[in-house]
Design a protein around this ligand. Structure first.
Ligand code: PLP
Length: 390
């Protein structure tokens, strides 16, 4: 079957599949570090890049290769590279593109460790400007001749603001800069940045792609030429994914469409409930008409997703509310079957200095909710009983 023309879930299940010599229907886990060469001449050809072959799982592994082909197909990119974590993928992608003296534009609202990585880049002589990319005129005003790349998440973790991928890509490309989009919150089921003009897409596969909270993983998708360079850089950094973790993510991705439909549905109900609750100051969700970029969300996303931010009236109510929950799990991470809840100011974004954090909208009363795929009445009932305690 021509998989290029097949629907999303057919591709999520079958893209990248190879026929195994044993006839195994499910991809085997090639849990090996090295691969045996046929003979010395074969080794010389493979090592010299004259023939494709498996050498060592830090560089290439057949189970991981299937994962790479599957995500490249779903994001409609030319090629992909898998890494051991989302941060390993982000680091490898950045180090592939950047050298001392370059300028990077990064959105000011990004995952805490990504922010921390960009701050660290300053010590290698890379100039980083943190701005609000959701207003494209900010990008136009700050972009320079030596700007190598623009990096953002959309929706942004944790404030759920949205950046116009096409508009920012147009501005960046005019100045010769590349656009890297962290598509973790959306997955290719709900948003395809490459089709909107971005150059490279990055995922923490730990989240929705795997979907079950039982492994870490990271993915980079982009043009073959970039992925070839990234594979070289990543091999030397050494953040390879284990074949078993690739296999878990492959298994998770087969149900991605089904799960995302349910995440959309559940989060839409929970966001509506939160928005109308007297003890909630504000609910921020792309599917709500009150979201300031609701129209842009409808244009570039196929659904609002499973992530919600909301504000209690007072920051002092937060610990008591979180401790009162019984079903929603107090934990970082997101995008899994279970509903997870956390407080960015003291958890995922604690590394961002307080004054900056507050300026960016990551205030002390803000809570991030990753709505799971349990029965939505149970999720709402749990939030209701916890809100009664504050
Ligand atoms: C949007 C986003 N990108 C990247 C990462 C980093 O991924 P990982 O934890 O797999 O290294 C996270 C982690 O929470 C995230 O939320």
């Amino acid at each position: 079957m021509n998989l290029k023309k097949a629907g999303f879930s057919t591709r999520a299940i079958h893209a990248g599949e190879k026929q195994s010599e044993t006839g195994a229907v499910i991809t085997p886990i090639y849990q090996t570090a090295p691969f045996e060469f046929k003979n010395a001449a074969h080794a010389a050809r493979v090592m010299g890049g004259k023939e494709k072959g498996y050498v060592y799982s830090r560089g290439l592994n057949p189970t991981t290769e299937e994962l790479e082909e599957k995500i490249a197909n779903l994001e409609e990119g030319e090629a992909a590279l898998a890494q051991g974590t989302g941060m390993a993928a982000i680091s490898a992608a950045i180090f592939t593109e950047i050298k001392t003296g370059d300028h990077i534009i990064a959105d000011e609202v990004i995952y805490g460790s990504t922010y921390d990585l960009f701050v660290d880049l300053k010590k290698f002589g890379v100039d980083v400007s943190f701005i609000d990319t959701s207003d494209v005129s900010n990008v136009e005003n700050i972009i320079r001749r030596d700007t190598k790349l623009v990096f953002f998440e959309t929706p942004a973790n944790p404030t759920m603001k949205i950046t116009d991928i096409k508009a920012v890509s147009d501005v960046a490309h005019e100045k010769g800069a590349k656009v890297f989009v962290d598509n973790t919150f959306m997955t290719p089921y709900l948003q395809q940045p490459l089709l909107l003009g971005a150059d490279v897409v990055i995922h923490s596969a730990t989240k929705y792609l795997n979907g079950h909270g039982d492994t870490l993983g990271g993915l980079i998708i982009g043009p073959s030429e970039f992925i070839k360079r990234a594979r070289h850089t990543a091999k030397n950094i050494g953040g390879a994914i284990s074949p078993f973790n690739s296999w878990l993510i492959l298994r998770g991705m087969k149900t991605l469409g089904l799960r995302m439909d349910r995440h959309n549905e559940n989060a839409t109900s929970v966001a509506g409930y939160l928005e109308n609750h007297e003890k909630i100051k504000k609910a921020i969700y792309p599917g709500l008409l009150s979201h300031p970029q609701h129209d842009l969300a409808k244009k570039q996303m196929r659904g609002p997703g499973g992530m919600i931010a909301f504000l209690l009236e007072e920051a002092r109510e937060v610990p008591h509310f979180l401790d009162s929950l019984r079903l929603c799990t107090l934990a970082v991470s997101l995008g899994e079957t279970s509903t997870l809840i956390q407080h960015p100011a003291t958890m995922t974004h604690a590394v961002v200095p307080r004054e900056e954090r507050i300026r960016y909208g990551i205030t002390d009363e803000l809570i991030r909710l990753s709505v799971g795929i349990e029965d939505v009445e149970d999720i709402i009932e749990d939030i209701e009983q916890a809100l009664k305690q504050v």
